[in-house]
Design a protein around this ligand. Structure first.
Ligand SMILES: Nc1c(NC[C@H](O)[C@H](O)[C@H](O)CO)[nH]c(=O)[nH]c1=O
Ligand SMILES: CC(=O)[C@@H](O)COP(=O)(O)O
Length: 222
């Protein structure tokens, strides 16, 4: 077993504020007791960093093999949702500009629906594109090569999606050879190694860090 003082994720170099981020979590349902623990650890860590509950979208799929497709579609859905919110903002701003020309139109005559819709409403969930996606699954080796093929496909699939879309995708997939390896990595271990460490916490940290750093990088800020 590796030396616990060497292996593991140190605290982030910067304490990031997650209050302005919108995060999606997509999780498989296979090995549900482990998934539930990982999901709890992830969400708790996101909220600990200030991510608002209403800005954490959680979706599920049957198994880990479905994660890449669902992850890609969630990223696109977030962009579509944001674009759908934008026209009302454009329309309202156009109305405002026209009112400068046509004095018959006053801002007070704007109906509530014409008022600029913000991508982040003051009292509701954000409709901005997702700042990061956390894809969670638990693969446990069986007696065939099924495990190896799914692990390989999911790993490469998730990596490809984040590089293609520019949206950070956190790899939250346990690839365990035994039940106990998975339980320990969900913080619910039952053997002599104790409960272990909930890797969902690491994924929550990584999501906020990558969301923050990527926001800067996307603006050319280093
Ligand atoms: N054996 C595990 C699976 N298998 C199911 C696949 O992921 C997939 O849902 C199915 O082949 C239909 O496409 N999934 C896990 O997440 N974990 C496993 O241990
Ligand atoms: C990860 C899997 O697909 C695996 O649990 C399936 O088990 P088996 O290889 O015994 O069919």
């Amino acid at each position: 077993m590796s030396d616990p003082t060497i292996k593991g994720l140190p605290p982030p170099p910067t304490k990031y504020d997650g209050s302005d981020f919108r995060i999606a979590i997509v999780h498989a349902r296979w090995n549900d007791s482990i998934i539930k623990a990982l999901l709890e650890g992830t969400i708790n860590k996101l909220k600990e960093q200030g991510v608002k509950q209403e800005n954490i979208v959680v979706k599920s799929v049957p198994g880990s093999y479905e994660l890449p497709f669902a992850t890609k579609q969630l990223i696109e859905a977030g962009k579509i949702q944001s674009a759908n919110a934008a026209p009302s903002m454009i329309a309202s701003s156009t109305t405002n500009l026209l009112s400068l020309i046509d004095n018959t139109t006053t801002t007070s005559s704007q109906s509530q629906s014409e008022k600029p819709a913000t991508a982040t409403t003051t009292n509701g969930p954000s409709t901005k594109p997702f700042d990061a996606i956390i894809s969670i699954g638990c693969l446990i080796k069986g007696s065939t090569m099924h495990f190896e093929y799914i692990c390989d496909a999911v790993t490469h699939g998730l990596m490809k999606i984040q590089l293609e879309t520019g949206t950070p995708v956190i790899f939250g997939v346990l690839t365990a050879l035994t039940d106990d390896q998975a339980l320990e990595r969900a913080g619910i271990g039952r053997g002599e190694k104790g409960k272990g460490h909930n890797h969902g916490e690491d994924w929550g940290l990584a999501a906020v860090e990558l969301a923050a750093q990527n926001r800067d990088w996307a603006k050319g800020v280093l």
